[in-house]
Ligand binder design. Structure first.
Ligand SMILES: [Zn+2]
Length: 91
């Protein structure tokens, strides 16, 4: 098996290329950045949804409680999607 980054020979069962350990830290950061980007996007979508929801149901208290959980939910979803995507690019 050849490393996709440095092209050197890597053992078949290796999870990380032993020659690319220096670049691994950058990759870890890229994975985190990808997660944060996804989270920020999810949060933006959640806040937009809440704005629309509050526009329709401004007077109902129960809706406001739900509205608070929506951005948290979309943020978490975006974070996970961002992490998974960045990690897939890494491999
Ligand atoms: Zn390598």
């Amino acid at each position: 098996m050849q490393c996709t980054q440095c092209g050197r020979e890597v053992p078949e069962d290796a999870i990380y290329c032993p020659h690319c350990t220096g670049e691994r830290k950058v990759s870890d950061r890229q994975v985190i950045n990808g997660g944060l980007k996804g989270g920020a996007l999810g949060l933006a979508v959640g806040l937009a949804l809440v704005t629309v929801m509050l526009g329709f149901y401004e007077l109902e208290r129960g809706i406001k409680a739900i509205a608070l959980t929506v951005p948290i939910g979309t943020f978490t979803t975006g974070l996970i999607i961002g992490l998974v995507r960045a990690k897939r690019d890494w491999k």
